[in-house]
Design a protein around this ligand. Structure first.
Ligand SMILES: Cc1c2[nH]c(c1CCC(=O)O)Cc1[nH]c(c(CCC(=O)O)c1C)Cc1[nH]c(c(CCC(=O)O)c1C)Cc1[nH]c(c(CCC(=O)O)c1C)C2
Length: 370
């Protein structure tokens, strides 16, 4: 019997379901692929069980545990999911840059010593060795690719530079982001220097994730919608563009597969046209955007991902069926559509209700293509 070494990014099992890769590239699909942001998370009792005995970042740093959590939704929902996403967090980049981040149960991420002024740059590591600091994510990706057995493709991801900068200054979640945004007015040059430092690491990290086995990449600009259209153009878009352009250049020049990339800029409806011209195959939509409007603004040049309101999963099974059906129909049968929610699944959703959503999407999106 052949012995495959699960620590090596080679001899991966053959992919059996490439629906999401085809949808991303605008190829013909028999139905819309579906996956869920935060699908490996707190709404699953099996996640809670494992989490009881381990801290959040301990799990991220232990490839066996991160792999086990990534597989939980895939094992539970079987063929109802068309993609997996590696269990990790966007905040591993600020950690690699030298900032401490804690995950406080019931509160979320906390930076005990956030950046207060640009003088604090002295606390950041000058040259981050991405492999040394974040190699644990690569190991988790490689192991997961083997253990997935080719069932579905595996996403790697990062937080976009503006979103990470905001966390590094706010020190955690925030309603107004007034501390991070005040940097844009008080220290525009230093803000751009910080965004560039994050961008350089992000590029390296995404290339490393593909090398390790990631088959798609998603960039989360979760706090895009806190910026005005003008500020988005200045402090978010240029870095989002650099990331897709340079990652693809690097992948091609290193003879690696140039994998499809998704941009999710939550709240940035005004930027849809710009985002569709930013070298991403997929633009992800939050639930406030009408699919027809998005199709028009992106001029039908990209695949669209989304976008049921995550709280619709609290409406009961009949409402879920009705709302999911409407959503699938709104994206239409000819369009490139990857079904998802408009943001991450909330921690108190009943996993059986999510199942109804997945079943409905698969059924309806196949029916309208017959
Ligand atoms: C893609 C991803 C993320 N986090 C996690 C994953 C991997 C798992 C998956 O998606 O299935 C695990 C992931 N990350 C976290 C959890 C819960 C941690 C726990 O067990 O206590 C999980 C499962 C913790 C976390 N980490 C973060 C928050 C948000 C806090 C805030 O509102 O400011 C929280 C609560 C930061 C974070 N993390 C992430 C984002 C971008 C997506 C989004 O906008 O939701 C953001 C903003 C991305």
């Amino acid at each position: 019997m052949d012995c495959v070494d699960f620590s090596k990014a080679e001899n991966f099992p053959v992919l059996k379901n490439d629906l999401i890769l085809r949808a991303s590239r605008g190829e013909k699909i028999e139905r819309a692929p579906v996956w869920i942001m935060r699908q490996a998370g707190r709404y699953l009792p099996e996640f809670q069980e494992l989490r009881k005995n381990h801290s959040f970042f301990e799990i991220c740093r232990a490839p066996e545990l991160a792999c086990a959590l990534t597989l939980q939704p895939i094992d539970r929902y079987g063929e109802l999911l068309d993609a997996s996403i590696i269990f990790s967090d966007i905040l591993v980049i600020p950690q690699a840059m030298g900032l401490e981040v804690l995950m406080v149960p019931g509160k979320g991420p906390v930076f005990p010593n956030p950046l207060e002024t640009p003088d604090c740059f002295t606390r950041l590591t000058e040259h981050v060795d991405v492999e040394e600091k974040l190699g644990y994510v690569y190991k988790a990706i490689t192991l997961t690719r083997h253990k997935l057995g080719g069932r579905v493709p595996l996403f790697g991801f990062i937080g976009a530079p503006w979103t990470l900068m905001a966390y590094m200054i706010e020190g955690g979640g925030s309603k107004t982001l007034f501390k991070a945004k005040s940097w844009l007015w008080k220290y525009p040059a230093e803000s751009k220097a910080l965004l560039q430092r994050i961008t350089d690491i992000a590029i390296e990290f995404l290339v490393g994730q593909v090398k390790a086995g990631a088959q798609m990449l998603q960039v989360f600009e979760s706090w895009g919608g806190e910026l005005s259209p003008q500020d988005f153009k200045e402090y978010s878009l240029p870095y989002i563009r650099q990331i897709s352009e340079k990652v693809k250049e690097r992948l091609a020049s290193e003879g690696l597969e140039v994998v499809p990339m998704t941009i999710f800029a939550k709240g940035s409806w005004y930027a849809l046209s710009d985002l569709s011209k930013s070298n991403y195959e997929v633009v992800s939509l939050d639930w406030t955007i009408d699919p027809a409007y998005a199709r028009k603004m992106t001029n039908d040049t990209v695949a669209l991902q989304g976008n049921m309101d995550p709280t619709a999963l609290y409406g009961g099974k009949d409402a879920i069926r009705e709302i999911a059906t409407k959503m699938v129909k709104a994206f239409g049968k000819d369009s490139r559509h990857i079904a998802n929610l408009g943001h991450g699944i909330l921690p108190t959703v009943d996993p059986e209700d999510l199942k109804v959503y997945l079943e409905t999407v698969q059924k309806v999106s196949a029916e309208i293509r017959k």
